[in-house]
Each structure stands twice: as structure tokens, then as C-alpha cells.
Write a protein that binds this ligand. Structure first.
Ligand SMILES: Nc1ncnc2c1ncn2[C@@H]1O[C@H](COP(=O)(O)OP(=O)(O)OP(=O)(O)O)[C@@H](O)[C@H]1O
Ligand SMILES: [Mg+2]
Length: 312
């Protein structure tokens, strides 16, 4: 491949009996009370894994950890220990099967629903709003987390009505999500960034405590715009300059791929371009240049294996 991307583990990498679960982006080893989460370099779009992007996994892991630290006074999170640049030990939680999407602006799928006259996760927004307009107060527009296929918008009333979360638990989730988004917005602003929208996952620990899980304010889970130029772009009806992986999606859409059928072959030049965008995102969010710390596959596997042997 010419670069040392991390594609992921396979079950043969660990002794029999070790349970390895493969998400689209993360590999998870289940150790009972704990999980090892290794962020691979896989990139997904339209719910399909399509390529490996140099340094992506490390950047996502480090950006998440940075944000977990920057929000730990707002909401407890699942982090237990850091094993390497891409592997974290987390407290295993029972994930509430809802993507808790919070939006500060009318963009992305919320704009597509609104402009087509549809409700946004059950919410009817005021008429006459424009694409990328700031919302008076941030909105929660949840989606279900489907085991397979596409996530569907769901209203907060239905989350409680269908028994996915009790009213009390959902009340805690919404309060934490809005508080995290407020902190995220403030910190992003200090970096010259707008946190446009993001997705949180919450879970319950065995003792019943609510924790923030998964990833936090990464370019994969969030849309960021550069503050500079936003007003001008908005007024001119142009897209604000943004940090996220829309470039990759846009490249696919330009070639007629939106998830169905055979994806186009991904050229190395695109993978390098997307990698540079992740590196740029790291720098913009954390405010420091990115220097690669990720280890080669064998060394990463050894670290993970050693932890498994000690803790199984
Ligand atoms: N602390 C935790 N306890 C249990 N599960 C967790 C925890 N943190 C994250 N997860 C789960 O780990 C998985 C992360 O893998 P990845 O992001 O690659 O999955 P995905 O392809 O996005 O799949 P999904 O649609 O299930 O999120 C997610 O299913 C997420 O819900
Ligand atoms: Mg995920």
C-alpha cells in the first residue's frame, strides 16, 4: 500500500476465547467490565467501509481523549486508561441505542428535512429559516442506532414512549448532551471554530451511572466550520469552510456513489488528501501540530495482547 495504515485486528491475532467485535471504524475487545477500543484507519461513508486513511485512527483517538479531558467536569466519560495512540481501555457500558445529535445551526440532514417541509426528528421549526442559520438555542435531534442499515430520526417523545429510555433517564441524557455541546461550542470558539453539530452516545455502567461513551467532538462525529468567514458565507448563500469528512463523501457523490452498488476505486491521491484534512482538523481543534505517535501493527498488537493476558 505504500503507507502503514492500520486496517484492524482479526480474531487470529488473539488467543481463542477473546471476543473481538469489529465496528466500521473501531475494533473492540470485550474484557467483561472493560473494553479495549482500538481506532483503526478505516473510513466509512454511507455506512460502508471504503478505504484506509493514513493517521486517521490515531487522530480520532487523540482528539476524543483531548475532548474527554476538556469536558470531564461536565459529564463523566468511559475512559479508564490509555494504552497507545490508538487504543484506549474504557468502562463497558450498556449503550442507550440512540445517537444523541445536538445542533447549533440548521445544516446537513436537518436542513434537508426542513427545506423539504419535513419535521426534524419530530420538531417543527419556525418558517423562513435559511440553510446554515444559527438556531436560537441548540436542538436535540436524535436518531435510532440501528444494528444494521441506516439510522432513523426519532422524536424525544417516542424515545420515552417506546421505552428506549425512561423519562427520567432521557432527561439526564438531554441535560448532559446540551451541557457538553455548550462546552464544546465555547472551546471551539476559542480556537476560531464553530461546533455546528455533533453526535453523542451515552451508556449505563453496571452500577447504573450514566457515562458518555464512544467518541467525542471528532471530525467523524461532528461538523465544524471556521468562524472566520462564516457570516460572509452565510449571507452570500455559500457553504462555510468546514473541517469534516464531507470532502470524501463529496468525492463519492460526484462519482454517483451514495452507498448502493459497487463503490468507485479510491485513488491514493484522495486518501492522502483526506489524511491531510484529518491532520489539519487535529491542529485546528487541539491547537498543536500533529506528530505521529501510532505504532506499527505488530507493536500495537503486542500492547493489546499484553493487556488482555494481564486482565483476562
Ligand atoms: N464504553 C462503551 N461501552 C460499550 N460500547 C461502547 C462503548 N463506547 C463505544 N461503544 C460502542 O463501540 C462501537 C464503536 O465502534 P464503531 O464506531 O466502529 O461502530 P459503528 O460502525 O459506528 O457502529 P455503530 O453503528 O454500532 O455505532 C459502537 O457500537 C459504540 O456504541
Ligand atoms: Mg461509531
Amino acid at each position: 500500500m505504500g503507507d502503514d495504515c492500520f486496517a484492524g485486528f482479526s480474531s487470529g491475532d488473539f488467543p481463542p476465547g477473546v471476543s473481538l467485535r469489529t465496528g466500521k471504524v473501531r475494533d473492540l475487545v470485550d474484557l467483561g467490565d472493560e473494553l479495549l477500543i482500538t481506532v483503526t484507519d478505516r473510513i466509512s461513508a454511507f455506512d460502508r467501509v471504503l478505504a484506509l486513511i493514513p493517521s486517521k485512527g490515531e487522530i480520532l483517538s487523540r482528539v476524543s481523549l483531548w475532548w474527554f479531558d476538556a469536558t470531564k467536569d461536565v459529564c463523566p466519560n468511559h475512559t479508564a486508561a490509555i494504552l497507545s495512540a490508538r487504543t484506549t481501555v474504557v468502562r463497558k457500558a450498556k449503550i442507550i441505542p440512540i445517537e444523541v445529535v445536538v445542533r447549533g445551526y440548521l445544516a446537513g440532514s436537518a436542513w434537508r428535512d426542513y427545506s423539504a417541509g419535513r419535521a426534524v426528528s419530530g420538531l417543527r421549526l419556525a418558517p423562513g429559516m435559511r440553510q446554515n442559520q444559527i438556531l436560537g438555542t441548540p436542538l436535540i435531534t436524535p436518531c435510532t442506532k440501528e444494528a444494521s442499515g441506516h439510522d432513523e430520526p426519532i422524536s424525544e417523545a417516542d424515545i420515552v414512549g417506546r421505552g428506549i429510555a425512561s423519562a427520567d433517564l432521557w432527561g439526564q441524557v438531554r441535560e448532559k448532551a446540551l451541557a457538553l455541546f455548550r462546552r464544546g461550542t465555547q472551546v471551539a470558539a476559542s480556537r476560531g471554530l464553530i461546533l455546528v453539530d455533533t453526535k453523542y452516545e451515552f451508556g449505563l455502567l453496571p452500577g447504573g451511572g450514566l457515562v458518555l461513551a464512544d467518541e467525542l467532538h471528532t471530525p467523524d462525529s461532528s461538523r465544524y466550520w471556521y468562524s472566520a468567514g462564516y457570516e460572509e458565507s452565510f449571507r452570500a448563500g455559500l457553504q462555510p469552510r468546514q473541517l469534516d469528512k464531507e470532502h470524501f463523501r463529496g468525492w463519492l457523490i460526484d462519482r454517483g456513489f451514495m452507498g448502493d452498488g459497487q463503490p468507485p476505486p479510491i485513488p491514493d491521491s484522495l486518501r492522502q488528501e483526506v489524511s491531510l484534512r484529518y491532520i489539519e482538523a487535529y491542529k485546528a481543534i487541539i491547537g498543536k501540530n500533529f506528530t505521529k505517535k501510532a505504532l506499527p501493527f505488530e507493536a500495537e498488537r503486542k500492547i493489546v495482547q499484553r493487556y488482555i493476558y494481564r486482565n483476562k
